[in-house]
Design a protein around this ligand. Structure first.
Ligand code: CP
Ligand code: NVA
Length: 312
């Protein structure tokens, strides 16, 4: 069974398959009463609830587990936790601090020929489940996305990384505006460009330190918190560094007249986004939050080989 650590685990055909399964509300009880482990090392509102309800919608049984409860790499190794959870569950979904924990868990299963996929529910590097929901939202609001422009304003973080890959799979023009110390490295930008070229969808990506340059004429504006979970000690430095990167009405005025504004949430009004923009007519953040559940249905169905069995 396939794992999902980040969007680049999917090629174009698997990507389309996930999105099509997400929109398919006739999948039925694909899980047939089987268990899905939902392991969280960090807090969550959207991811936990959308995943639980998606599992229930596919006829499965979700079990929520806190990181401290199993003590990943403290009480026992992540490998042993994975092997144990695989005794009871058909899918292991995990929100972790360290991205490599996901591949360690999956590796522990594959060396034992245990056919249980591992899905990333957010790590320090990536948040693919959010990116699937983001694309579902943008497709719904904007129609076909090839050639449309997406400006991400803020930290080139886990959200930005997965979103950029997903948008490149859609053939979008991706612009990322960040302060220099919080931008993609040259190596990472090169890797994104290579990814886009390999996917052959015509997507482009560039970085800038000027939010208004990124936002100019954009069809979609996206932002995320400046201080991610696990970075709380850096909050003061980040607040200073990101000054001028707020998505406010002045920035929205640089974008297309019908621009949509996205935010994965939770939001910090007055920091990365102005309250008037989050609550304003361009904002689609609650539709985006709702799509977390449809996205999770598609991802779970894909890992389980739902409809057409197409995974490449
Ligand atoms: N967007 C998102 O993943 O939200 P939670 O952290 O509340 O799950
Ligand atoms: N970048 C944020 C996303 C939260 C959904 C974090 O990792 O905390």
């Amino acid at each position: 069974m396939p794992n999902l650590f980040d969007i680049d685990d999917l090629g174009p055909s698997a990507w389309e398959h996930v999105l099509s399964l997400a929109g398919d509300d006739t999948l039925g009880a694909l899980l047939g009463g089987r268990g899905v482990a939902l392991l969280f090392e960090k807090p969550s509102a959207r991811t936990r609830n959308s995943a639980e309800m998606a599992v229930v919608g596919l006829g499965g049984h979700p079990v929520y587990i806190q990181g401290a409860e199993v003590g990943l790499d403290v009480r026992e190794s992540a490998e042993d936790v994975a092997r144990t959870l695989a005794c009871y569950h058909s899918v292991i979904c995990a929100r972790v601090f360290d991205h490599t924990v996901l591949s360690r868990m999956a590796g522990a299963l594959s060396t034992r020929d245990v056919d249980v996929p591992v899905i990333n529910l957010l790590s320090d590097e990536a948040h693919p489940c959010q990116a699937v929901a983001d694309i579902l939202t943008m497709r719904e609001m904007l129609g076909p996305l090839a050639g449309r422009s997406l400006a991400y304003i803020g930290d080139a973080n886990n959200i930005c990384r997965s979103l950029a890959k997903a948008a490149l799979l859609e053939g979008m023009d991706v612009r990322v505006a960040s302060p220099s110390d919080y931008s993609f490295s040259a190596e990472e930008l090169d890797a994104l460009i290579a990814f886009s070229e390999g996917m052959g969808r015509g997507g482009t990506v560039r970085v800038t330190n000027e939010p208004d340059v990124a936002a100019s004429g954009a069809d979609a504006l996206y932002t995320d918190v400046w201080t991610s979970m696990g970075q709380e000690d850096e909050r003061a430095a980040r607040l200073a560094a990101f000054s001028g990167f707020t998505v406010d009405e002045a920035l929205v005025a640089h974008a297309a007249g019908e621009v949509i504004v996205l935010h994965c949430l939770p939001a910090h009004r007055g920091e990365e986004i102005a309250a008037s923009v989050l609550e304003g007519p361009h904002s689609v953040v609650w539709r985006q939050a709702a799509h977390r559940q449809t996205a999770m249905r598609g991802i779970l169905a894909w890992t389980l080989g739902g409809r057409h069995e197409q995974r490449s």
